[in-house]
Ligand binder design. Structure first.
Ligand code: OOG
Ligand code: NI
Length: 447
């Protein structure tokens, strides 16, 4: 029993293996990683407080490591098997993202660790999208896509065996885990050989580039990985100097004193040579590199304010102008921790200070008074999820900015969960539980 490797360790091994594979497959991604490391080093040099904070929380060593990746799959069976595969690594489906609203024929979830300890160990997540073939309007082509998908198995036979073994044993030994990581990795490898002829590829690509990407290959190649940056504006600015072509806009909120949610940007997907089954050669554009910077998670109220301001700000053609415009609009969003907390806009993790341990909260003492006296400390809870508008922006910049608005296909969370074989967890409930648990641990009862 206790000779099993922990799910956290398997996840860490897997994310490192994935990173090594992707850097080898996409050298430009390695260049981005180097740029991120350089900018992070510089940010730590000029901000000693930040350095101290990251050192104290033991984050320095893992700073430049990947925080997420993304894949796209074609069938319910593939999605359901991925759920088992990620469960081995302590990653569970959180949230439902409907991207059809933005003209992308997929819906998605994020497989990620859910508890505090696992998130601290390694917060690696995989944004996972399922194709919605009902949004292919050409009937014959839809049938064809389904037939192609039905023929493939994106998992190795040994990977499937190890998944079964994991279910029977309740874990994997060190040797089994090593084998599992290697076998699981195969699912996410790039294939320069398409599994269809060039005509089929063209037809599917015509419908939507994403459809060709999902249907025409024998696996679900990882399409990007995303390390954490301490200064996303700087990396965006410096990308061209390293021969990297960034997408136009940084997605998400503007730069602020107190970072909220998630800011992200990427380089544009590369055009890569592929060979079709009929021997014809062509290119496929799917893979890129991304960076992210996370801030505090917002409550439903904070999120509603974010959505409203983001909507008000609209989009832009020039990043610098857009960021200035965003910053102006977001002046309506309080930018200090105390106000965010007092107005119930963001989630916080509460803990007792030394003073608070010496004089624990008594019945009837208010949280505000305890904080004012320095007996209770409030730390922002980091946002662990994704943003649908940002995700749509990332998708679109990698689809040649060709927006095809579909008949805003009905949001179909039930269909997604049926395919997944499980309900997705509610991210807001997870944040609320974490806040609530921290209050209970301080001995503070809900007001
Ligand atoms: C996923 C795009 C979404 C993000 O960071 O918002 C995403 C994809 O392109 O498959 O990864
Ligand atoms: Ni991403």
């Amino acid at each position: 029993m206790d000779n099993f490797l922990s799910a956290d360790d398997i996840r860490t091994r897997f994310s490192l293996a994935m990173s090594a594979m992707y850097q080898q497959e996409v050298p430009q991604y390695g260049t981005l990683m180097q740029l991120v490391a350089t900018v992070n080093d510089r940010a730590l040099e000029v901000d000693i407080a930040l350095k101290d904070r990251l050192t104290a929380s033991d984050e320095i060593g893992r700073l430049n490591l990947e925080r997420h990746g993304a894949i796209r799959v074609g069938t319910a069976e593939e999605l359901a098997t991925l759920r088992q595969l990620f469960a081995v690594m302590g990653m569970f489906p959180v949230g439902y993202y409907d991207l059809s609203q933005a003209g992308v024929p997929v819906h998605s979830t994020a497989f990620r660790p859910v508890n505090d300890a696992a998130l601290r160990r390694n917060p690696f997540r995989v944004f996972t999208s399922l194709l919605r073939p009902e949004l292919i309007d050409d009937h014959a082509l839809r049938e064809k896509a389904a037939a192609i998908l039905a023929r493939r198995d994106i998992f190795t036979a040994r990977c499937r065996e190890l998944l079964q073994l994991h279910q029977q044993q309740g874990g994997l030994t060190r040797e089994q885990a090593t084998e599992f990581v290697a076998e699981a990795l195969e699912t996410f490898r790039w294939h320069a050989h398409s599994s269809v002829d060039s005509q089929t590829y063209q037809a599917l690509n015509q419908q939507h580039r994403l459809i060709a990407d999902v249907v025409c290959f024998p696996g679900c190649h990882i399409n990007h990985l995303t390390p954490r940056t301490l200064d996303i504006d700087r990396v965006q600015q410096l990308m061209p100097s390293r021969g990297i072509n960034p997408k136009t806009l940084i997605e998400g909120p503007p730069r602020r004193q107190v970072s909220i949610l998630l800011r992200q940007t990427s380089f544009k997907a590369l055009e890569e040579p592929i060979i079709f089954q009929d021997g014809h050669q062509g290119t496929h554009t799917a893979r890129f590199g991304e960076i992210e910077q996370r801030g505090v998670a917002l409550t439903p109220q904070g999120r509603a304010l974010y959505d409203r301001l983001l909507n008000e700000a609209g989009s832009g053609e020039d990043n610098q102008q857009h960021q200035q415009h965003l910053a102006a609009i977001f002046r309506d969003f309080p930018d200090d921790e105390t106000t965010l907390r007092q107005q119930g806009l963001a989630w916080f993790h509460y803990r007792l200070s030394e003073k608070g341990i010496a004089t624990p909260p008594a019945q009837g003492e208010s949280l505000e008074a305890l904080i004012a006296e320095g007996r209770v400390l409030a730390d922002p809870i980091i946002y662990e999820d994704f943003l649908p508008v940002s995700a749509a922006g990332i998708f679109q910049s990698n689809l040649g900015d060709r927006v095809q608005v579909r008949s805003a296909g009905q949001s179909s969370r039930e269909a997604f969960e049926a395919a997944l074989g499980a309900a997705v967890l509610d991210e807001m409930a997870l944040y609320e539980e974490r806040q609530q648990r921290s209050l209970s641990q301080c001995g503070i009862r809900p007001a």
